[in-house]
Design a protein around this ligand. Structure first.
Ligand code: NAD
Ligand code: IPM
Ligand code: MN
Length: 360
């Protein structure tokens, strides 16, 4: 029996509400599948912890996490603690320090998912966004000069290293080759005359090693337009940290909403734990009401199953998510229903034990 050790950082706002359902689903899968189990250890880190201790996590927080096979994170950030503190000192710190340089964000219109676009079929929205997750516009480098003076100047420096740019682009080419899909790079070299010129150059250079992969390249503004007008243009997408952040909320919007979008932060070399999370935030506007949609957190739970080599079970969980949306019996208000967060998790677990399991 293999035991997968998961560190759970449920975090703030709706984080704990949705993660509880994800944990419930993973436990149910392990029970039904047999042969493996999960051991969850909960860490109460986040904004409440900050207000009490003055830090988002203890000084040896990363050392504590290093002992786990994966991290399962809800969301961090809450009114009362400045976002640049809560996010940089927890989420972004883990991504960076654990070298989780690949952020895999599927943008796929599942069966039954509400789509705001007219006349779009499921095969038209089926992409995987590979977002650079360790540097770029998120490097944190910069300066704040003459603070409060009339000559005040603020610098926020993007850092695009050869190593960091090449490895993410190579990862995307490999994925495109493996899946037999096209690869689109999203950049902005017309305005960003260093970082994005370099990005485009590396995309072309690495591409010479992958003559079998069809490539496209779009400026991020035009890409945003095509995401809405012709999403079928995109299959595998590779882009920088900030553009990837923005474009995947847009992706979430066309594929069912923030309540349904999942992401995996991978350290492909597996030297450090990888981290799985819904891509939404702590949603203070609906927190503590029990109405947050847990399907994004449950989709990220299915990414955990894939990561541990239980792809069949990952696919089964996705099938069940689709079934829930097709049945429409247990949907939260963001999807037009009246169910609670717990109802949705309970329905997923119930379906897991009853539907025909296809992928094992
Ligand atoms: P958000 O994603 O929390 O919310 C945006 C909108 O989507 C809100 O209307 C919210 O109600 C809705 N929404 C999000 N998730 C939902 C769900 N599961 N079910 C139903 N509706 C859902 O973004 P925001 O409001 O810009 O940010 C709130 C806080 O979260 C900020 O502090 C931000 O920095 C933080 N944040 C954290 C993460 C993370 O930890 N991974 C990600 C994004 C934002
Ligand atoms: C995300 C979030 C984070 C990001 C924020 C909260 C720092 O928006 O995971 O998409 O920008 O990466
Ligand atoms: Mn985001």
């Amino acid at each position: 029996m293999s035991v997968h050790k998961i560190a759970v950082i449920a975090g703030d706002g709706i984080g704990p509400e949705v993660i509880e359902e994800g944990v419930k689903v993973l436990e149910a899968v392990a029970r039904i599948a047999g042969g493996f189990s999960f051991e969850f250890t909960h860490f109460p880190w986040g904004c409440e912890y900050y207000l009490e201790h003055g830090t988002m996590m203890p000084e040896d927080g990363l050392e504590q996490l290093q002992k786990f096979d994966a991290v399962y994170l809800g969301a961090v950030g809450y009114p009362g603690v400045p976002d640049h503190i809560s996010l940089r000192e927890l989420l972004l710190k883990i991504r960076k320090q654990f070298d989780q340089y690949v952020n895999v964000r599927p943008v796929r219109l599942l069966q039954g998912a509400p789509c705001p676009l007219k006349d779009v079929t499921r095969d038209q929205i089926d992409m995987v966004v590979i977002r650079e997750n360790s540097e770029g516009e998120y490097s944190g480098a910069g300066d704040w000069l003459f603070r409060g003076k009339p000559e005040e100047v603020v610098l926020q420096t993007g850092v695009f290293s050869r190593k960091g740019t090449e490895r993410i682009i190579r990862y995307a080419y490999e994925l495109a080759r493996k899946m037999g899909k096209s690869l689109t790079s999203i950049s902005k070299a017309n305005a960003l005359n260093y970082s994005m010129v370099f990005w485009d150059q590396v995309f072309e250079e690495v591409g010479r090693e992958y003559p079998d992969v069809e490539t496209k390249s779009y400026l991020v503004d035009a890409a945003s337009m095509y995401f809405v007008k012709q999403p079928e243009r995109f299959q595998i997408v590779v882009t920088s940290n900030l553009f990837g952040d923005i474009i995947t909320d847009l992706g979430a919007a066309i594929a069912g909403g923030m309540g349904l979008a999942a992401g995996a932060n991978l350290n492909p070399e597996r030297i450090y734990p990888s981290m799985f999370e819904p891509i939404h935030g702590s949603a203070p506007d609906i927190a503590h009401k029990g109405i947050a949609n847990p399907l994004a957190a449950i989709w990220s739970a299915s990414q955990i199953l894939d990561f541990f080599g239980h792809e069949g079970w990952g696919a089964n969980v996705l099938d069940v998510i689709e079934q829930v949306m097709v049945d429409k019996k247990a949907l939260t208000p963001d999807m037009g229903g009246t169910a609670t967060t717990v109802d949705v998790g309970t329905e997923v677990v119930a379906l897991l034990s009853t539907i025909h399991i296809k992928h094992v």
